[in-house]
Design a protein. Sequence first.
Length: 210
Amino acid sequence: MSDNLTIVDHPLIQHKLTILRDKTTSTAQFRQVIREVAFVLGCEVTQDLKLKEVEIETPIEKMTAPYLEGKKLCFVSILRAGNGLLDGLLDLIPSARVGHVGIYRDHETLEAHRYYFKTPDKLGERLVVLVDPMLATGNTAIDAANELKKAGAKAMKFLCLVAAPEGVEKFSAAHPDVPIITAALDRQLNDVGYIMPGLGDAGDRIYGTK
Ligand code: URA
């Protein structure tokens, strides 16, 4: 498998992912748990942010302490399921900027069609974290990353919850410079592009639609 891929193998994430996979999990619980998982995945995706030393004073004494250098961050959610992860990421980093990309998959061809694209300025100065719970065929993520690069993005990561080997291969081939961070690498896609075993349609699970 691609060396671009990091699987975050933390017991809390694996436990919560099992709840998300379970088809008896309610919409309310699904929404809450995906937010919690995103918080932990957010720690992983930002683990190489640079620190600087600052002088502070604790109630006891002065000290030099680490502080974020201030690298600008931008989360870009692929609508609509990306928003389920976005909430947890913003709990962790409330100051991050947010972009949205609207892409739908043609259910016949599985091709990606873009209908919305809005991002903050100075993308080239930011760490851009593209967010979608499911990396399935890879078509949507590839298209979103293409557009972000056209808009100026340079340092980018792709964050998902569950990836299919087919999607990882295709995305890594198209964007070898974009690391993929996921909580699980599943077995394969089925013939209508769903991940097996997966968790079903992430958007439907988050919003209680069918
Ligand atoms: N999108 C989803 O929501 N689920 C899948 O299994 C594949 C794509």
